[in-house]
Write a protein that binds this ligand. Structure first.
Ligand SMILES: *[C@@H]1O[C@H](CO)[C@@H](O)[C@H](O)[C@H]1NC(C)=O
Ligand SMILES: *[C@@H]1O[C@H](CO)[C@@H](O)[C@H](O)[C@H]1NC(C)=O
Ligand SMILES: *[C@@H]1O[C@H](CO)[C@@H](O)[C@H](O)[C@H]1NC(C)=O
Length: 481
């Protein structure tokens, strides 16, 4: 199999959060015979500890915490990969990157995308009579046939990739600092910052660019408006709908929202979290007002926080990966450590999903495809293997059975991209390659001048490199602005 048996590390996995007994649940609000609507909201780079319901230190997610109390919260729910494109490709195909071909992030210059012979969830539901919409970050290829409108979505509104992959006039908070687009069409390159390219970030509505560069300060509001309009129009059409929302939050740059007067609230990350929470709240309110009994809302994340962004990254909660951090590596985004892989997850469907329940079932973003297809009464494409499972029994409180075994693919922290070098088996997790070295090297090599080969070689010697630390504080600077 070509696996590198460098290290095998068994880690006991503890479950946090109190475990509420599953209530015996009976159906109410008879909607049988009528296909349910689906709203899937995927947060970006959100930490497990960024959800207040998961982690008491977080007090910025009022709407999401309410949704947890009104539905089911999953405490052992996993991204399908630890970076954006592979995670999203797996959500839309129900298959791991080794099968669907997406093991890396796509770049601004990528000409390809999610392979065209993959069948997306949207295509399956479209076939089953659904109206399908996608709002937000796509990141599965933006040229020609890779565009969302050709991958099963009747409607698309959003940005083609991450919002640090292009310049804007409203860049927001990022580390390293991310200046606005250059004036007078004269591109300037700054090697030390990674949030700028020569292309101004475009905002699409279907096949057309409607704003370029996009105004990041008003993007959340636009997403809320487009999502509520979509839900309104789709409901009025009398057909069931699928809405997939890929939030820009909590990826950097964080938008420059009004920081509150309360010193605690002046942290840009907390402000961003509240903005995201409010956006999700607006979408949920619209669902409640329009199609409450017949809409299944699923909220989760694409991977853990981007720890290299220091104060501008989210919280891994209790999953600090002390072994890994002791080796000098990060336990967050890109890695298969819990902080990078375990994500917040909530299911809300009044009358169907039991309320105020915590599930410890081992589940994954991979399960969204088979579950939604089953609930829609559609059938899975027969000519391929799926890595997810139909989790509807768990959702309806009739089972606690998730995956017995769940593989986690490499996402750039170590080894070959996409290779399955971490595995969860019950309460244990085995790492065949732990990933501390690559992240440490990258972190160190970022710090050295690009043209000094000698410093670079020095920095690549792992035993010489200090643990990854956040050596700067942006806070003082920000508060002065
Ligand atoms: C799609 O094409 C690739 C390359 O030919 C192949 O490896 C893969 O198995 C195909 N996938 C499906 C679902 O047919
Ligand atoms: C961006 O949107 C914000 C909020 O709507 C607005 O106040 C600001 O003027 C806009 N900026 C630009 C450059 O258009
Ligand atoms: C949810 O359950 C917890 C623990 O059983 C309880 O303390 C809390 O009051 C419940 N909340 C709601 C809104 O029912």
């Amino acid at each position: 199999m070509g696996w590198l048996f460098l290290k095998v590390l068994l880690v006991g996995v503890t479950f946090l959060g109190s475990l509420y007994p599953l209530v015996d649940f009976s159906f109410s609000g008879d909607t049988r015979g009528q296909k349910p609507n689906f709203v899937i909201i995927l947060a970006d780079d959100m930490g497990w500890g960024d959800l207040g319901a998961n982690w008491a230190e977080t007090k910025d997610t009022t709407n999401l915490d309410k949704m947890a109390a009104e539905g089911m919260r999953f405490v052992d729910f996993h991204a399908a990969a630890s970076t954006c494109s592979p995670s999203r490709a797996s959500l839309l195909t129900g298959r791991l990157g080794l099968r669907n071909g997406v093991t890396h992030n796509f770049a601004v210059t990528s000409v390809g995308g999610l392979p065209l012979n993959e069948t997306t969830l949207a295509e399956v539901l479209q076939q089953a009579g659904y109206v399908t919409g996608m709002i937000g970050k796509w990141h599965l290829g933006h040229h020609g046939s890779y565009h969302p409108n050709f991958r099963g979505f009747d409607y698309y509104f959003g940005i083609p990739y991450s919002h640090d992959m292009g310049c804007t006039d409203t860049p927001g908070y990022n580390h390293p600092p991310c200046p606005a687009c250059p004036r007078g069409g004269r591109p300037s390159r700054h090697l030390e910052r990674d949030c700028y390219t020569d292309v101004a970030l475009p905002l699409y509505e279907n096949l057309y660019i409607v704003e370029q560069p996009v105004n990041l300060s008003s993007l959340a509001q636009k997403y809320a408006e487009k999502a509520t309009q979509f839900i309104q129009h789709a409901s009025a059409s009398g057909r069931p709908f699928l809405l997939y929302v890929g939030l820009a939050h909590m990826h950097v740059p964080l938008s420059r929202t009004q920081l509150s007067a309360d010193p605690r609230g002046r942290r840009p990350y907390g402000a961003g979290l509240r903005e995201m929470d409010s956006l999700v709240g607006q979408i949920k309110d619209k669902v409640d007002r329009t199609a409450k009994e017949n809409t299944f809302l699923w909220f989760t994340g694409d991977n853990g926080p981007w720890a290299q962004k220091c104060e501008l990254a989210g919280s891994v909660g209790p999953f600090t990966g002390s072994w890994q951090t002791h080796q000098g590596g990060s336990p967050a985004k890109q890695t298969t450590w819990e902080g990078g892989h375990r994500v917040p997850a909530l299911a809300y469907w009044p009358g169907r999903v039991p309320v105020n329940v915590t599930s410890t079932a081992l589940l994954s973003v991979l399960d969204i495809f088979p579950t939604v297809v089953a609930l829609a009464g559609a059938s899975l494409p027969q000519d391929r293997h799926f890595d997810g499972l139909d989790a509807s029994k768990v959702l309806f409180g009739r089972s606690q059975m998730g995956h017995g075994v769940l593989f986690h693919p490499n996402s750039g922290a170590a080894g070959e991209y996409g290779a399955l070098q971490t595995v969860r088996l019950g309460h244990y997790k085995a790492f065949y390659i732990s990933g501390e070295e690559m992240l440490r090297r990258r972190e160190v090599s970022e710090r050295v001048p690009m043209n000094l080969a000698v410093d670079r070689a020095e920095a690549l010697r792992p035993e010489r490199s200090p643990p990854r630390t956040c050596r700067f504080s942006l806070m003082d600077k920000m508060l002065l602005e």
